[in-house]
Design a protein. Structure first.
Lengths: 370, 414
């Protein structure tokens, strides 16, 4: 068996890591966080030039024709570098949604532009305070027009187009493709907990919308499961970065005449981070297997990966601050950049309560021994 | 990213599976485990029945070449690759077969003998160990030295070619049915603690060896105190140089950590089933959000452990050395066992008080878990190991490292 990535995939991972290290992705995160720009265009272009936005797009649509496993290792490195770019919205969400659809015209029109980085897409789903259930969608589509408001759309003020969930007038939820520069679109950038990733409220008023599917709730659930695995790899990358920061700081910081890393309380704290990280990583690998094989186990595997990765990133990012002492809670130190990203990734596609419930539901449904 | 056997692995698996199917009964479901003829928990009669069955099964495997697979053929094994060993374990676990008496010998004493014993000794002791004819115990911990193994003080004095041993060991699992034991002693009390140790193996039936069972909170008595009063060990049974016992002990401990696996008892499946059946405030427990959240957390831990093991096996299959991830196994597993058992009894509420068929596995797990968190490396020591050996953080200050052993403070007792 080979329950690991291939040598080629690991090489790709190395290349992405090298690029993000060279470009000092963490410093760029801070620049976006502190500044007025919505994302780091220079870094985005570098990722595009490396072909990363084309990863899962078949060659016939201008892509590289690789798969989800490659995307997993890319995601881990983007997470480690807390990259301030709209990659997850455009690639994990928008590109995957279009790849999943059977609409050839949409694929021919949008995939090449997504591959080349010319077009940035996103997924607009949330409307109120909690992540939507099937009955919680009120944005409505009718006769090719869409109206209503989506809140906290990731990269809502960056993307060229969005895939939008809306009622399709038949007691069902449909999926619509909307050009964000079209009539009736109002975009309100938000001030958020993690300003390194831009979010906006997006309102539609009789905006032209192309129907991808009139009955899309199951497709949406699947898209969320697929992206959950990819986000989980980001979370594991970020958690590992935070854990290593804590360890490195403790090795160099002296108190009571010796490195604080030699005190058991600190060692046990870092060991606890390591434990949560390894559990999450192993669950992510299973998620990667299920994702790349489009396995029936995907709902369980995705929920497991997300729940354990969310836990690991929270633990590692907060205890990283703790290990740094007072300096850890200063704006100047990088600890809070990871703490903020950990929180964002905890809520962006539904929080722990929702995914833990989904996990148990998937086990109840499968009815087979674990 | 796949779980498929290579061609060679599949062939080996078939061979293993055929032999097992022809020689043992398959489990009908995961909990259809072997039970000895006299089922009485840990009582003496239950154990001898189990021991008899275990020896018979081990001998059967040995005669067919399926015991201690990775050992050299000369010593009773078949020179199997690590992955073959894994495949054997996976297949055997599908059958209703006894076990549990030979791990210390085969897992710890065997490897140490292979490194330090003479060829003659290896040929004499390893085959019967592999066959289950002779059982070994590990005489390490003492009342004054558990986590601090180098702090032991069972005394070894040399006169000519014979050593005389005086002292006491504790927590010695299986000493009451063991034929031989590996033992670390102190041969020099004036040297710093790590430098005055010497390691031997001995016949547990030697005059002067007295085994006294210790009753555990589970009600059983699987481990013992072992008293040594002028016990004689020939110098030929010394393993490693005089004063080099620490090095030999480290080898043993390394193998112990590999041998100790998942804690057994209640796991996710049991609490999941219980929650589906159990009433909670007028509805099933599993319909309650708080219950679902806790279940999800445990599922993630169980799954994380399962796939951590797979990552290790994968490395073996690919011919590389597994990473250090498995160091998390016992800590996570034992704590999960304790918490699931405790929570299950919460759900059962008043019904959890009586000991009966429903509650037995939860009660047993809650009583067994504390010892698992302590034995084979405590939670705290294992976390030190993760921090120091896996992550490279420095050791704590040792106030006794270079001090003559007989000058080290030991507290008011001892």
């Amino acid at each position: 068996m080979n329950f690991n990535f291939t040598e080629d995939q690991l090489l790709m991972k190395e290349e992405v890591k090298k690029l993000l290290d060279k470009e000092n992705s963490v410093k760029r995160n801070r620049n976006i966080l502190e500044g007025e720009e919505k994302f780091d265009k220079e870094l985005w272009n570098q990722l595009v030039q490396m072909g990363l936005t084309a990863t899962t797009i078949p060659e016939e649509y201008g892509g590289i024709g690789m798969g989800f496993l490659e995307l997993c290792v890319i995601a881990e490195e983007l997470g480690r570098g807390i990259a301030p770019v709209p990659f997850s919205s455009s690639v994990y969400l928008a590109t995957t949604a279009i790849l999943n659809s059977s609409n050839e015209d949409v694929k021919k029109e949008f995939l090449p532009k997504l591959a080349s980085g010319e077009s940035i897409g996103t997924f607009a789903h949330s409307e109120k305070t909690t992540f939507p259930s099937e009955s919680g969608i009120s944005v409505a589509a009718k006769s090719g027009k869409i109206s209503g408001k989506k809140v906290a759309v990731p990269d809502g003020d960056i993307a060229n187009f969005a895939l939008v969930s809306a009622t399709s007038g038949k007691n069902k939820i449909g999926l619509y493709l909307v050009d964000l520069s079209a009539d009736g679109v109002e975009i309100d950038s938000l001030e958020t907990f993690d300003p390194s990733r831009s979010h906006a409220d997006v309102s539609f008023k009789n905006t032209p919308a192309q129907e991808l599917s009139a009955d899309a709730w199951e497709d949406i659930e699947k898209l969320l499961d697929q992206s959950a695995v990819l986000f989980a790899f980001e979370q594991v990358g970020g958690a590992e970065a935070a854990m290593n920061q804590a360890k490195d700081y403790a090795m160099g910081r002296y108190a009571f005449g010796r490195a604080i890393a030699s005190f058991q309380a600190i060692k046990h704290k870092v060991a606890d981070m390591y434990i949560s990280l390894q559990l999450a990583r192993s669950n992510c690998y299973y998620g990667a297997w299920a994702l790349s094989n489009d396995a029936p186990e995907l709902p369980t595997a995705a929920a497991t990966a997300r729940v354990s990765a969310t836990k690991a990133f929270y633990e590692c990012s907060k205890e990283n601050i703790q290990t740094h002492g007072g300096m850890g809670a200063t704006w100047e130190f990088d600890c809070h950049l990871f703490y903020r990203r950990a929180r964002l990734l905890s809520s962006n596609i539904g929080s722990q309560g929702i995914w833990k419930d989904k996990l148990i539901t998937s086990l109840e449904k499968s009815n087979s021994p674990t | 990213m796949d779980f498929n056997d290579t061609k060679d692995e599949a062939k080996f698996r078939d061979e293993v599976s055929s032999w097992l199917s022809a020689n043992a009964d398959k489990k009908e479901h995961a909990k259809d485990i072997y039970r000895p003829a006299e089922m009485s928990g840990e009582s003496e009669s239950g154990e001898s029945s189990a021991l008899k069955d275990a020896k018979a099964w081990q001998a059967k495997k040995y005669d067919a070449g399926w015991a201690c697979l990775h050992w050299p053929k000369d010593y009773g094994g078949r020179d199997a690759a690590p992955m073959e060993r894994v495949i054997w374990g996976q297949e055997e676990s599908k059958f209703k077969v006894p076990g549990g008496f030979f791990e210390i010998g085969q897992g710890m004493a065997g490897p140490v003998l292979m490194l330090y014993a003479t060829e003659e000794q290896k040929k004499r002791y390893l085959p019967p160990m592999a066959k289950g004819e002779e059982i070994w115990c590990q005489l390490f911990s003492e009342p004054g030295a558990g986590s601090d193994l180098a702090g032991i003080k069972t005394k070894a004095e040399l006169d000519g070619d014979t050593w005389t041993i005086n002292g006491q060991k504790v927590w010695t699992s299986g000493a009451h049915y063991s034929d031989y034991g590996i033992i670390v002693t102190r041969s020099d009390f004036s040297a710093p603690k790590h430098k005055g140790l010497t390691y031997f193996f001995l016949d547990m039936k030697s005059p002067g060896v007295e085994v006294r069972p210790i009753k555990q909170i589970t009600g059983g008595a699987n481990f013992n105190e072992v008293y040594f009063t002028d016990v004689k060990i020939p110098d030929s049974q010394r393993l490693g140089e005089v004063g080099d016992g620490w090095k030999v002990s480290l080898t043993t401990l390394m193998n112990e950590r590999l041998a100790v696996g998942d804690a057994s008892g209640v796991d996710f499946q049991e609490i999941f089933e219980l929650a589906k059946d159990q009433d909670f405030n007028g509805d099933t427990a599993i319909s309650n959000g708080a219950v679902r959240e806790k279940l999800a957390d445990w599922y993630c831990e169980q799954s994380g452990l399962k796939y951590t093991k797979m990552r290790n096996i994968s490395a073996l299959s690919q011919g590389s050395t597994p990473g250090p991830e498995a160091s998390i196994t016992k800590i996570v597993s034992a704590n999960k066992l304790q918490d699931i058992a405790n929570y299950g009894m919460d759900l059962m509420d008043n019904a959890s008080i009586a000991r009966d068929e429903e509650t037995a596995i939860f009660q047993g797990s809650l009583l067994g878990a504390p010892l698992i968190r302590i034995a084979g490396g405590t939670d705290e020591v294992l976390k030190n190991i993760i921090a120091e050996q896996v992550l490279g953080m420095p050791q704590d200050i040792r106030v006794d490292k270079n001090v003559p052993f007989n000058e080290i403070p030991t507290g008011s007792k001892n």
